[in-house]
Write a protein that binds this ligand. Sequence first.
Ligand code: PMP
Length: 396
Amino acid sequence: MHAFARQTFLENMAQTSPNPLALHVVRAEGNYLFDVDGRKYLDLIAGISVCNVGHQHPKVVAAVQKQASEFMHVMVYGETVQTPQSTYAKQLIHLLPASLDCCYFVNSGAEAIDGAMKLAKRVTHKTDFVALVDAYHGSTQGPLSLMSNDYYSQAFRPLLPSVHFVKQNDIAALANIPWDRVAGVITEVVQAERGDQWSSAEFLQSLRAYCDAHCALLIFDEIQTGFGRTGKLFAFEHAGIVPDVLVLGKALGGGMPMGAFISDRALMAQLSDQPILGHITTFGGHPVVAAAGCAALEVLLESTWIDEVSKKESIFRAGLVHPSIKAIHGKGLMLAVELANFETVQLCIQKMLNKGLFSDWFLFAPNCLRLSPPLSITEAEIQLACTQILEVLEEM
Ligand code: PMP
């Protein structure tokens, strides 16, 4: 029966890598996943920074059930009043600086990045973008155009022309950008897929200054960093500047698919003018998804988890001391454990799985192991995970 399920997965679903982990999950709860054999796995990646409040939080499940019993999809985005959407938008805006006061919900991170890029072109009447080397902003063709890494993008060219790449924290390189053509600068505060590398506050402030001086929009991709992962609700709060567009995804939907781009009301108004319907989505802001996201945000804000992020980071750092660990990059509960090479990381992930720890790797940091657990992970769970990771490293 189990082998049959695995075969059905492998034979009927498009595969994206030659060796999928193929863990057969049948249940998830709190900080754990359960497989078809009843084995329990401590989740050290939270669906890649999605399940920040853990799995199946009772308040999130109740919100989903309630909304599903009232109405699900009724009409394309923006035509009908749907309280779950507008309540969630209001809640988000209330938590953000005054200039981020208008929210467009979509279905995924990539779609939200695409919407932000369209907004930048529409309001600036310019065409070019600035993006960072080795950034990942999504896999559809807009965000893919922002990917400097040829291995992943070459096969899909032509993509959007006129994207200028700069290295993270290379302030001097910004002087060489043709700013008169730049509609927007898109960056993460932490380059997640590069192994959780932080942009310096000076670099982000320079981007802000260049955008201000040249009428370009500063777009922050907080799809991974949002909702408490770095110890602040949003990572831009560490840098002391506010972007023109904030792009959210992943934890935004509380375990359901959702993206959003949030900007100034006057800028966003241009999406309903020349042309009208400047951005269209059927399912964006789906009421069940919005209800889930709103409930998850409430759970997060009522908890002490964001305040505990820094302490939990230090427990990981104190516990993961071993000759095979060269460094631990990142901040908060968004950490990259640097090992020898890609093969070591893959073996480590497999051996961790055997011990009941679920982890992952990074697109552009092949020698790093990903740690981005639910923020609800306990100190005891972190300590146990560290002990077990050290055991794995000893065995290798
Ligand atoms: N930006 C970042 C920083 C991401 O990590 C991701 C997803 N890993 C995306 C954008 C794309 O989001 P999605 O997969 O929902 O399209």
